[in-house]
Design a protein around this ligand. Sequence first.
Ligand SMILES: NC(=O)c1ccc[n+]([C@@H]2O[C@H](COP(=O)([O-])OP(=O)(O)OC[C@H]3O[C@@H](n4cnc5c(N)ncnc54)[C@H](O)[C@@H]3O)[C@@H](O)[C@H]2O)c1
Length: 389
Amino acid sequence: MGLIEHIPGTQPVIKPPRHPKAIGVGVVGLHEGRTLLMALATRCGHVYPVAGCDLSGEKIEASRREWPGLFYTNDYDAMLARPDVGIVAIYTPDSEHAGHIIKAFEAGKDVICTKPIVNSLDAARLVLEAGRRTGRKLIVGQSTRFFEPFRRQRAAFERGEFGDVELADAHYIHRMDWYYRKSPWAATDTDWVFLGLSHPLDLLRWYLGSIRSVQAIGSRSKMGREFGVKGRDVYVVNVEAVSGAIGRAMGHYGCHELPRARNCIELMLYGSAGSSLAQYHDMRYIHTTPETDAKESAGGFDPGALGEVVEDYLYAGRQYYFNSEVHGMHYGEFANYADYFGRALIEGAPYLPNLEEGIETLCLMEAVRQSAEARQPVEVGPILQSVGL
Ligand SMILES: NC(=O)c1ccc[n+]([C@@H]2O[C@H](COP(=O)([O-])OP(=O)(O)OC[C@H]3O[C@@H](n4cnc5c(N)ncnc54)[C@H](O)[C@@H]3O)[C@@H](O)[C@H]2O)c1
């Protein structure tokens, strides 16, 4: 199949041909997981959908209407028993992830787990132990890394266009009353350091490497209090990496709407040879001209060599990333990480963020939570040791 079937209101996405060793995926949790089913069915060549599981009959029926040919069940064990499921993709509430990951590993499956991989140190210890014992592979679905501007920014970083990153500044800010109405567990069963702040903290860890210490302050917004938020939903965090580079992460999940001046997720990199900004949702990647290009045409003011470049993919990438919704959610990022993981498994290639990196980032989140709680800096090292890293 070259093009996907026409879905009303969308332009066709070019679907890559299915790899002869493509791996079947069973998805548990069919809210965000339904987005993954769409991504697998329409945008991936190394992985394809075979099964869906949810406790809710309504969620199953909604997925079945879209993708009728798959196996659906409300019994996770029944999905795990299927030989055509090579990868289990987990999109259940955060506190369920550990149980689902361990069962999948023990059933011989590899795992895609949405962020956060888990939301407690006890769960981190158990998942890490199960991964080591079974030898199964896991990728954490850190969607922001796989969104177009962030991919471009990373490629430029790896080409050395910014030199050494000396300061990274990341935030994710989003009004979440709609989320509490849909998923009340987000208010009562976890903390926004594991939910929303997992995005900017992962970005800092990705660029700065292992983090030595954090200094965080946090509070609870008026909206958060109204919805019974248990932890904190407003955070400002400073981090120092083992390398000596520093970074800042910020999150606010009870705010009023954002003015258009800022995007809900942004990553600003200040490097020794250049700077850049990646944005979600507006799909812009803005960067200084690489020094190498500037040197070639040195002499006088040359705007082509010394300027900044604004790359804007909103309309070119809208169908792939947003499924042609005005600012849709995650179709392209989910497809990108699922296909990347499938390809890595088929080729035996390395991939990130893997189980160890996911657990390390979880320890960073926990250090932030502890620092906000204690109102003092917290070292990450002892937390890593406590989970077995
Ligand atoms: N950017 C991203 O990658 C991103 C965005 C949103 C949510 N998430 C993550 O995705 C996960 C799901 O979030 P959501 O917004 O879809 O939550 P949700 O509450 O809307 O949906 C969770 C689904 O899991 C089902 N479920 C719960 N327990 C189950 C079980 N034991 N077996 C089978 N099904 C079960 C529920 O019936 C529900 O349909 C969370 O971990 C969240 O943090 C990631």
